[in-house]
Structures are given as C-alpha cells and as structure tokens.
Design a protein around this ligand. Sequence first.
Ligand code: SER
Length: 329
Amino acid sequence: MSAVPTAAQIRQSFLDFFKEKQHTIVPSDNVGYTSRDGARIFTNAGMNQFVPIFLGERSADVDTWPGVLHKGLPTRAADTQKCIRAGGKHNDLEDVGLDTYHHTLFEMLGNWSFGDYFKKEAISWAWELVIERWKFPPTRVFATIYQPGKGDPAERDQEAWDIWAEKFRSIGLDPDIHIVNGNKKDNFWMMGDTGPCGPCTEIHIDLTPGAPNLDEDRQRAGALLVNGSDASCIEIWNNVFIQYNANPDGSFVPLPAQHVDTGMGFERVCSIIQGTKNFTDFETAKISNYDTDVFKPIFDELTKLSGKTYASTLPKANEQGHVVPVTEQ
Ligand code: SER
C-alpha cells in the first residue's frame, strides 16, 4: 500500500490476508446476545460466537454457517466483529471520551483456529501482516508475553517468546528490548470470570514523535511505555492461545483441544496508518481513532447540521482529578 488506504481498504486487507491462509470469512455476530447463564449481554469480543466450538460442544463447522462470505477450512475463521465493552470484565466506559482510542462500540478484526494451527502460525502471520504487508516500522513494534505471578494459572509463555525472538532477530532487532513480560491482568485473556481462556501475546506500537524508525535508545524507551495506559504507545492486536476453561470455583481445566483467538482494534490500526500517512510521518502525526474516515463523514455531517466545528479536543482532569468539559477550560 503506498497511497494512504481508506478504512474499508484496511478492513478488506485484513480479511483478504486470512482468506489467503484458508480461513472461512464469517459475518459479524449480533452485538447483543444471551449468555450461557441466560443473561442478556453485549458481545465483548470476536470469540463470543465461537465459545461452543472452543468448549468441544460443537464441531468446527464454520464453513457451513449461514451467511458465510468466503468458504475456507471448517477449522479456521476470520471476521470483523462489532463489539460493545460497556460493563462486565472488559469495560471501556471509564475511558470513552477521555482518550483517542476507546469507544463504546468498536470493530474487532479477528482470526481463529479451532484445534488447527497454534502459536507458531498465529505469531508468524501476525508478523507477516503487520510488518511485511502493512509495513509498520519494526523498531516501533513491541510484543508482550505471559509471565504469571505467584498462584496465577499456566506457565510463562516461553514458546511465544522464542517465536517472536526469531522474528525480531531476523531483521537485526534485539528481542530483549522488543519482547516485554506481562502479568495475568494483561497477558492471560478471559472473556469473563468463567469460560474459555488462555495466555496471550499482544502487539503494541510506540507512537511517540520522531523518525519512522527509532534508534536503539529510543527502542529501549519505547519498551517502557508498553501497557502504560497512554496514547503514545497503544495495543493493536491480541493473540490468545485458548487452552483452558475457567470454572466458577476458580479452577482452570485444560480444554480438549488448543485454539487461537485473535482480536485487532480496527479503528486503532486505521488511526495509525492514516494518521502517519502510511508510516511516513510520526513527527506531526495526529493519531486518533476519531480522525479517521471511520468517523470523519459522521463528524462532517454533524458539523453541517449544527454549524459547530469538530476540534479533536479531549477533556482534562482538574486539580481535584475531576474531568473538566472542554468548553469550561
Ligand atoms: N478475545 C481476545 C480479546 O478480546 C482476542 O480476540 O482481546
């Protein structure tokens, strides 16, 4: 991609990539559904509709699902899922309106393996798409892997570390800088307090101003920004290795098979690719989900209707820590 792609082209590029890897492309599920315990809840991740397959209650048969957009293997799926994170274990409400990269409704691009490929392919394809196809500057890319604390489930994900290390070394980057350990909160993904879960590896991008590629001192500084809840370094993609079912009694029982469940923040990727004009300008880049063509046509119409212009401002906390509306600052 040399011209700056539109959001529609970025979405399609993700789906086409996984089509090439024999994935069946399924439609987004509804954003509201009835959970296994009968509660009406919002879809909080792309994996929600696949839970019966992960648990071994249904065979991997996605190629026969109604509305399939492209028929690939029954054991591989990809889609873009509309998600709402407004409550429960993954609640973004506290951040919406206060930063540039959380919303109530967002699209999650994802790929899944149902007892088919596992860590090696998932990480290699993540690298291929992000670094080789989309051309994110690799010196700004950081991967996190699971390092459990005392009493946490599962083991350190050395396998994921080794696969990432080979990738970073292959282009002369130091894996000790570019692979960061993460704790249970950040690197052991659970859809809720119960259900399919497992260690995960995330991709984070350093967005601090400067040249597209960073020297080694800047790379070391970038690693310290990972998981810092700051817009200067954000997560774009989570690859979960689903291996356990979390039970209400707090136990983690191995599942009959191992699966892959990934989720990429579509609007975040658009904000980085479009904001940096296809990675050519990190110096003056305005990187915000709201400054992409996902939202711009809506804001343009609101501008027309209201006669007010959209100024891309964020509210700030005052000395008491309360959020001050922009107009009162
Ligand atoms: N389920 C994982 C997440 O939501 C990966 O898709 O982050």
